[in-house]
Design a binder for this molecule. Structure first.
Ligand code: ADP
Ligand code: MG
Length: 468
């Protein structure tokens, strides 16, 4: 491989080319703040303005960047992208450059940190157990995580407010605390406060009722450096006074360049009874969604959390738990705790059997009336997933393509809705209960003992549909 020098202004050339290929606004928003940070023979490391931008650039523009560099240099590089705000950089461009570009960096953050040591933080309500370190990143929360990291890197500037929204137990509160804790560590004299909107409301009412000084309330809320407000959906409804107060608090903090991070269980637009001017303020920064964790994320979470709990689960057990707890991360934690306490109570090692019995009631609680699962639902899902028909499931044919889905139907009717063997036999074309029992056992053993990946994934698909 040639060791030709790269042109010193390579990155400027790349950006200029991208500006032609891409919309100018894209280059201005995401790419103009990137720098070529480090090079070696095969790899270029690109510094991006923050974690969120890094994620966007990596996912959307890395192919194009690679192609552009190839066009300009005739060389195929591997690329890494890293969040590296300009003020903290140390330039380490490698030997491939003609000369180091002159650039001075002043590390103002260090100076601020030194000054910050003088005072101690006031009451922040931050929970030190929710950190970035123990936040597992997967597809469902990757963007929210990156946005949260960016806020820590550039508080009060780019993403203000940051609003994280999504269903329950997906990690919104965790991220709010992680942001707060990290910012507090970096800026020890900042007043960083975590609170729910309900607390804000109660405080507000308290100050009105008890004729405490309203000016105290305002001074307190409007002097924060970082406001982390959870569950803002609670501001909805007939709470005009509180909304009005919050609107002014928000504006004052925002105008002063203080960082605001909000979490909500839905898009503010969907919060009933929320004043439209408040909605537009909340939506005025960056909004990121956290979805329900997908299978891989659940696996990663189970591995991390079980290790934290000092439990040893083999991969098969991890998958088993992941299959059965599709809902949310809080529920996964609950399940693991249940398994652990059952093992302790019975003084037994953790086995698939033990996990299954620990999960028994978890599964029955999932069967809430709102998502009533009927035998028809199960049979229909089985026919769709295995591409067969109800007629075949209930018929007499004994070909493998039909026997397996039929046994899967037995297994699901038994395990997901607890039907008894006789009833299952009856709806599946009048079969004997021992046949049904054999069918259920067959599927269990294929999955638990023979690691039949095909059946596992079919089962997962069916369960995800049943419980989503
Ligand atoms: P939300 O506020 O969205 O309802 P929480 O932040 O309270 O959810 O999360 C519920 C539980 O799940 C918490 O114990 C939290 O630590 C944990 N949790 C959520 N997401 C993750 C994650 N990505 N990695 C590790 N733990 C998580
Ligand atoms: Mg929460």
């Amino acid at each position: 491989m040639s060791r030709e020098k790269l042109p010193e202004n390579l990155w400027e050339q790349v950006l200029a080319t991208l500006e032609i290929e891409l919309d100018q606004s894209i280059v201005a928003t995401w790419l103009n703040k990137t720098r070529l940070f480090e090079t070696d023979e095969n790899r270029l490391l690109i510094a991006c303005q923050d974690a969120y931008a890094t994620e966007i650039i990596k996912n959307r523009y890395s192919d194009l960047i690679q192609k552009t560099v190839y066009d300009l240099t005739g060389k195929k590089f591997r690329f890494s992208f890293r969040s590296q705000p300009e003020s903290t950089e140390t330039i380490t461009k490698g030997p491939l450059f003609d000369q180091l570009p002159s650039q001075t960096t002043e590390n103002s953050q260090q100076i601020t940190a030194a000054v910050n040591l003088q005072t101690t933080p006031r009451n922040t309500n931050l929970n030190p157990n929710y950190t970035f370190d123990n936040f597992v990143v997967g597809n469902s929360n990757r963007v929210a995580h990156a946005a949260a990291m960016s806020v820590v890197e550039n508080p009060g500037s780019v993403y203000n407010p940051l609003l994280i929204y999504g269903g329950t137990g997906v990690g919104k509160t965790h991220l709010l605390h992680a942001i707060g804790t990290d910012l507090q560590r970096k800026n020890q004299n900042w007043q960083i406060t975590y609170l729910t909107s309900e607390k804000f409301l109660n405080d507000f009412i308290d100050h009105i009722r008890n004729t405490k000084k309203m000016s105290d309330f305002r001074t307190m809320y409007r002097s924060m450096d970082v406001l982390l407000m959870d569950d803002v959906q609670f501001l909805g409804g007939n709470k005009e006074g509180t909304q009005e107060e919050f609107y002014h608090t928000f504006n004052e903090l925002h105008q002063a360049g203080r960082q605001i991070v909000l979490a909500s269980d839905r898009d503010p637009e969907e919060i009933e009874g929320l004043a439209s001017r408040l909605i537009s303020r909340l939506r005025g920064g960056l909004m990121v969604n956290i979805g329900m964790p997908d299978y891989e994320t659940r696996i990663a979470i189970i591995i991390t959390k079980s290790a934290e709990l000092g439990m040893t689960l083999d991969p098969q057990m991890v998958e088993f738990v992941a299959d059965l707890t599709p809902d949310n991360i809080r529920e996964i934690e609950g399940t693991l705790l249940k398994i652990k306490s059952l093992a302790l109570a019975q003084d037994e090692p953790i086995t698939l059997g033990l996990i299954r019995s620990a999960l028994q009631d978890t599964r029955s609680t999932k069967r809430s009336p709102s998502r009533k699962i009927t035998p028809e639902t199960i049979l229909n899902l089985v026919t769709q997933t295995f591409d067969t028909t109800i007629k075949d499931l209930c018929g007499r044919r004994r070909k493998k393509e039909i026997v397996i889905p039929r046994q899967m139907a037995m297994f699901l009717l038994r395990n997901e809705i607890g039907m008894n063997l006789e009833d299952i036999g009856r709806i599946l074309g009048g079969r004997d209960h021992t046949t049904v029992m054999h069918g259920c056992e067959k599927i269990s053993s294929e999955i638990d003992e023979n690691h039949n990946n095909y059946l596992k994934s079919q089962l997962r698909i069916i369960r995800e549909t049943l419980y989503s």
